[in-house]
Design a protein around this ligand. Structure first.
Ligand code: PRX
Length: 574
């Protein structure tokens, strides 16, 4: 595995290449993928074993696994190095009594230590919970509290955003870097790692045991903890081959942060299950920096997102001067609609098609994709992978014919389907309200060739720069500000970011609607939640449209914004 492609899978890729799609679909068996894992024989399951240890045990320990760089560091780690570091951290966790089923969160920037920690957590059978480094106090607290995290790995710079006194269940905090004083109640990651043994027998699990949790937003309520199980590795491995097209000598770069699902499923699991060198670039996005990263490390397979491509497109030709991107063999995109003009621009700049892929936090891995060899229709998300059945359903669950718009749904189950919504079985059930199907919340249509075309969200979830934002979380923060009486939040279409967050606010008596107040309110959300959740636009209104039960009607706010008819107002307050 990893080194040599499994023959059966190789055949699948060729079938896709030959566009013999229906044959590939008919002949597809998940079991053919499962055969590639050591647990298929042994029954002993552990993601970190398959993604790291197995390569070492099979003689590939000296192969490069991680190529890390930022403005000051540049480091390479082999699979052997990853094994040693993750074993050590696994032993550190065990020393503090942490093991199977415990939730251990990570809140730190992308550095090698993040990856060692995450793999170490998995070795102990604990469930990893990576948090995006830009999260602020409330966002961090909500997630640690809901998940019942017992331990956290973080850095001195981020520690002040962790409200320890409000999190009694959080027993241990490991600090990466900096000084740890005896009475701080903190543990020093470096000291602990130095003292730990590099030998460890992983916790052997079943395919139904926990793997990872990612919090994501819906249109109502606080963010939901989407809990994935070990079985997901089957699909991570498979899509790594047939969609990412990973081959043994590839240098692969996924630009997503592990705080989001793309940054783990495709920034950790898919490349390492396939034994491929994985580039991680720390620091912020800049067109020049990204192109230099591709050139410097000879990136062959590159997975990024539409907003980034649009920004690269906007950065102009100068950014490409003196840059050699000829190493690129395969380019992919995820997270938001990929405009046809960006695809066509990619044809010219990267000398290949940007391959759009569709999936969600809840789905755990790619489901509808453009993959190597198939005819790409710019603007379409592609076709369901062999092994996946997708359809457009009406609200009662009837399958609709081509070109009818409706609910994009996936036939259940598939290997990487979420295992539960943490602490919230009712929310979980909502996704499966139509028997035999997962309802995505996206609307789409299918054309006569079986290609799917994204149309929008059915709920009020906002997608800004590929980041999924729940209006409720933003509204809840807004009304904590002393000046805000009521707030309603919508996504406003934006050429670069897809959507931006716009807040409609009515003020409490005694506050005047000034520009300074707008800035202050935006800064307040930024400081509490994160920069990407802060409204870029605020509009003050005397009154917001509400239902008689007091719910703000975002639909009407959106209609105001887009100058559309307000629709059915029969439930409005007055
Ligand atoms: O609306 C769809 C959009 O992003 C949502 C999922 O967001 P998240 O859970 O954050 O996962 C993002 C990365 C897996 C979907 O419900 N989305 C994702 N991919 C696409 C997309 N919209 C259009 N085209 C896509 N390729």
């Amino acid at each position: 595995m990893g080194q040599v492609h499994n023959e059966i899978l190789q055949k699948r890729v060729e079938q896709a290449n030959m566009a013999d799609y229906s044959r590939a679909v008919d002949e597809f068996r998940w079991e053919d993928v499962e055969r590639n894992f050591s647990w298929y024989e042994t029954g002993k399951v552990n993601m970190a074993h398959e993604a790291v240890d197995r390569h070492v045990l099979e003689g590939r320990g000296a192969a490069t696994a991680l190529i890390y760089s930022d403005a000051v560091r540049e480091e390479r780690y082999t699979f052997g190095d990853l094994r040693e570091r993750s074993n050590k951290f696994g032993n550190v966790l065990r020393k503090y009594g942490i093991g199977k089923g415990d939730r251990v969160f990570i809140f730190m920037p992308r550095t090698p230590e993040l990856y060692f920690s995450l793999l170490g957590i998995l070795k102990t059978g604990a469930v990893a919970g990576p948090l995006f480094e830009a999260f602020m106090e409330t966002a961090v607290k909500d997630r640690l509290e809901d998940s019942g995290a017992v331990a956290l790995v973080t850095t001195p710079e981020l520690l002040h955003r962790v409200k320890r006194e409000q999190l009694p269940g959080l027993r241990h905090i490991f600090l990466v870097g900096g000084e740890v004083s005896e009475d701080s109640g903190l543990l020093d990651y470096g000291t602990e790692m130095a003292a730990a043994s590099a030998e460890l027998e992983p916790e052997w699990l079943s395919l139904d045991d926990g793997l990872i949790m990612h919090y994501t937003s819906g249109s109502t309520g606080k963010p939901k903890g989407i809990y994935h199980v070990q079985r997901a590795m089957i699909q991570h491995y498979y899509t790594g081959q047939v969609v990412l097209d990973l081959r043994p000598d590839d240098v692969y770069w996924c630009t997503a942060d592990p705080g989001w699902v793309t940054g783990t499923s495709y920034g950790i699991f898919a490349p390492w299950l396939n034994g491929v060198a994985n580039v991680v670039r720390g620091g912020r996005f800049s067109p020049q920096d990204w192109y230099k990263t591709i050139e410097r490390f000879g990136v062959t397979v590159w997975y990024s997102a539409p907003t980034a491509f649009r920004m690269l497109m906007g950065a102009g030709k100068e950014t490409l001067e003196g840059i050699d991107l000829s190493s690129l063999r395969h380019v992919l995109s995820v997270g938001e609609p990929l405009n046809p003009e960006v695809v066509r621009w990619g044809d010219k700049i990267y000398h290949q098609r940007i391959h759009d892929t569709w999936w969600m936090t809840e789905t755990g891995a790619q489901l509808i994709c453009n993959y190597p060899g198939m005819d790409i229709k710019p603007g379409s998300m592609g076709r369901p992978l062999p092994g996946i059945e997708a359809a457009i359903l009406d609200d009662r669950g009837n399958v609709l014919p081509p070109y009818a718009m409706g609910n994009l749904a996936i036939r259940t189950p598939w290997p990487s389907m979420m295992g539960k919504v943490w602490n919230n079985p009712a929310k979980y059930e909502e996704y499966f309200r139509i028997a035999g199907w997962y309802i995505s919340g996206d609307s789409a249509y299918m054309d006569e060739d079986g290609y799917f075309w994204f149309q929008g969200r059915i709920d009020d979830v906002i997608n800004s720069s590929g980041e999924r934002i729940g209006p409720f979380e933003v509204e809840s923060k807004l009304v904590e500000h002393p000046a805000v009486a009521e707030a309603g939040v919508i996504g406003k279409p934006d050429v670069m970011r897809g959507e931006i967050i716009k807040a409609f606010i009515s003020l409490r008596d005694g506050y005047s609607p000034t520009t300074e107040l707008k800035e202050e309110i935006a800064a307040f959300v930024k400081a509490g939640l994160s920069a990407h959740a802060a409204p870029r636009e605020i509009e003050f209104k005397d009154k917001l449209p509400k239902t008689r039960s007091g719910k703000i009607m975002r639909r009407v706010l959106k209609a105001w914004e887009l100058h559309l008819p307000e629709g059915d107002l029969s439930t409005i307050e007055d």
